[in-house]
Structure formats: C-alpha cells, structure tokens
Design a protein around this ligand. Structure first.
Ligand SMILES: Cc1cc2nc3c(=O)[nH]c(=O)nc-3n(C[C@H](O)[C@H](O)[C@H](O)COP(=O)(O)O)c2cc1C
Length: 332
C-alpha cells in the first residue's frame, strides 16, 4: 500500500511512546523506512542498578511495540510484527510493517484510544469492587498476547505484598539503587522523562508497598491505613521462556491488560520490586517451568485520575539512521 506518510509515522511514534516504561526512561528509538517502522532499544537509558538483566527494559519496549501495532492498524493497514528480526543485533527488538488494508473493530479502536488515557497510579483506590466480568476481560486480554493473568486472594496476596516490602527494604540500603532513583525522579516541570514527584506520593502506609521514588526525603512515620483494605492484585506470567523475546511478549501482554483496564475505567498500578531480586523471584516461580512471572499489577477505581506523565517529543525518538547494532548480551 505504499510508504507510511510523515503524519502517519508521527501518529505511530507518538502512540508507541505513550507506553509505560520502567522509571519512565522511554528506552526506545524508532526508525521509519517506507512501509515499516523498526523499534530499537536505547542502551543509554538502561538502569543497571534496578534492572541488571534488562528485563524491565524489554518489557517497556514490548509495551511500545503493542501500541505501535494498534497505531499502524489505525492508519487502515494490517500490522505485521517481527520480534528480534536480527539474531546478531539485540538492540533491534522489532519491526512493524504496514501491510494490506485493515479495518479495526470497535474493541480494537477503543484500546487504541485508551493509549492516550492509560497511566500508572500509586494512590489509594476506592473500596468499590471490580465486577467479575471486568476481571475476565483482563484475563482474556493477557491470553490474546500469550500471557496469563491471575488474580490472587489472601494468603498469596499477603505473600506478594510482603515480598515487595522485603525487596524495597533491601534496595533502600543500596547506594546505586538510590542514585538511579534520584536521577529518574524529577520535580522539573519541563523534563520530558523520569517520574514526576507528584506521580509518586509516599504516604508512609506500606500496606500496599508502592515503590518509594524519594530517596532523599525522610520517610514519614507510618500513618494509619490509607490504601484499600483488600487490594486487587494480579500476577502476569508469560507462557514460554524467560529471555528477551519472552520479555518483549510480556510487555505486549502487560500493555494490552493495562489498555483493557483503562477503557473499562479502572486505574492500574505496578509493583515489580520482588521480580528484581533473583531469590524473591524464585519464591514466585512456577514449579513446572512452563510460565514465568513478569509483572505484578494492582487494579481499582480512583476518586480522581492521577495526572498523565510527560514524554519526549517524536523528533527526539525518531532515529535518522540505523542505530549501531549491539550484541544481544550487551544490553543486560
Ligand atoms: C517493566 C515496568 C516495571 C514497572 N515497575 C514499576 C514499579 O515497580 N512501581 C511503580 O510505581 N511503577 C512501575 N512502573 C510504571 C512506570 O513507572 C511508569 O510506566 C512510568 O513512570 C510512566 O508513567 P505512566 O505509566 O503513568 O505513563 C513500571 C513500568 C514498567 C513498564
């Protein structure tokens, strides 16, 4: 159907760039070429202290890839996706080609529109229950991308929350972790990446251990419970292995679940701390080895929506020439 127009490329790159990413690092570069857009990792945006294997980096890239596919479909062309197309270049994580004509169905269009509305909330949610039908739709969204989303009840929920608390406490003593947090948390209203301080409140109530993004502030005395009494927590696993291609698929599944939640008026939060430490990950491992946990999510309703976070402009994330290849092992 011919090359994507400049306007279509911009719309695609903007939608891809709205994806969630660890610490809002936006670790991506896009290379448009005719009817294709290549997605490359930006290794200068890696987080060696919190993400030494580059797992979260790949999950973030996978989320951007899903958005890109929806955005290509919104131009009226079928997105055809190839993950890790070059075995020698671990940095080139995907190519999305705009193939023959395609018409999105209503559900797909609503997910595409939810890209601009999705955001991460770290606030207390209301105690309003989530209808079982909505939970089923979230599970289906994960399955469509090769993922398995499982809502957990007590006592497994308590185990997850306590693992997150343990992970946080340990990391708090790690100077490199705190330095990285400091670099990526910002009160500069003009900054276009990083987590803005208003998006990361920390109340002192760790009944729901959202990540503390304030390494320099004295922690307030623990307050009374502010978070919902029975947080709705789900674990997202990927059926398959535990390597970059699986992490990219995890990112796609994660983003599809988040978009499905958004279009249903649900707020979403993530806490991946227990997955960043191998001994804590091992506690959550599937003994059959058939699935691998890649994200822990929290869902609920908010009294008012958390503000959206900023993104770098398209001109900054569009590469003019092919980024230098990187051996796959060099990202982790
Ligand atoms: C792989 C991955 C891991 C994340 N882990 C956490 C986390 O542990 N705690 C948290 O509060 N947010 C987490 N986030 C959310 C990001 O901080 C968030 O996506 C980013 O700051 C951009 O904000 P937005 O989602 O509101 O657009 C994670 C996101 C990704 C993609």
């Amino acid at each position: 159907m011919g090359p994507l127009t400049e306007e279509e490329v911009l719309a695609c790159v903007e939608a891809a760039g709205r994806a969630p990413s660890i610490y809002n690092t936006q670790p991506w570069l896009f290379l448009p070429e005719g009817d294709r857009i290549e997605v490359h990792a930006d290794p200068s945006r890696r987080l060696p202290a919190v993400d030494p294997q580059a797992r979260a980096l790949h999950i973030s890239l996978g989320a951007a890839v899903l958005n890109l596919c929806f955005a290509v479909a919104a131009t009226g062309r079928r997105p055809s996706l190839e993950l890790l197309p070059s075995p020698r270049d671990g940095r080139h994580v995907a190519t999305v080609t705009a193939d023959g004509p395609y018409t999105m169905d209503d559900g797909e269009r609503e997910l595409y529109e939810a890209i601009r509305e999705r955001r991460t909330s770290r606030r207390p949610f209301l105690d309003t229950p989530i209808p079982p039908e909505a939970k089923r739709r979230l599970e289906e969204a994960a399955l469509l991308q090769g993922g398995k989303l499982e809502f957990v009840e007590a006592p497994e929920r308590e185990l997850l929350l306590s693992l997150a608390r343990t992970a946080d406490e340990r990391k708090w003593d790690d100077a490199a972790y705190r330095a990285e947090l400091r670099n990526w948390t910002t009160d500069d209203p003009y900054r276009e990446d990083g987590v803005p301080v208003e998006a990361a409140p920390w109340s002192g109530d760790d009944t729901v251990p959202v990540r503390d993004f304030m390494p320099d502030l004295e922690r307030p005395e623990p307050s009374g419970p502010e978070f919902e009494a029975e947080p709705v927590i789900a674990v997202l696993s990927i059926i398959g292995g535990d390597a970059p291609a699986d992490w990219l698929r995890a990112g796609q599944a994660l983003e599809r679940v988040l978009l499905e939640a958004t279009r249903r008026g649900l707020a979403t939060g993530l806490f991946t701390q227990p997955l960043e430490q191998s001994d804590l990950r091992a506690i959550l491992a599937d003994p059959t080895g058939r699935t691998h946990v890649q994200a822990i999510l929290r869902f609920g309703y908010e009294a008012e929506p958390t503000p959206l976070t900023t993104r770098r402009p398209a001109a900054e994330v569009i590469a003019r020439e092919k980024p230098l290849p990187l051996r796959p092992t060099r990202l982790g």
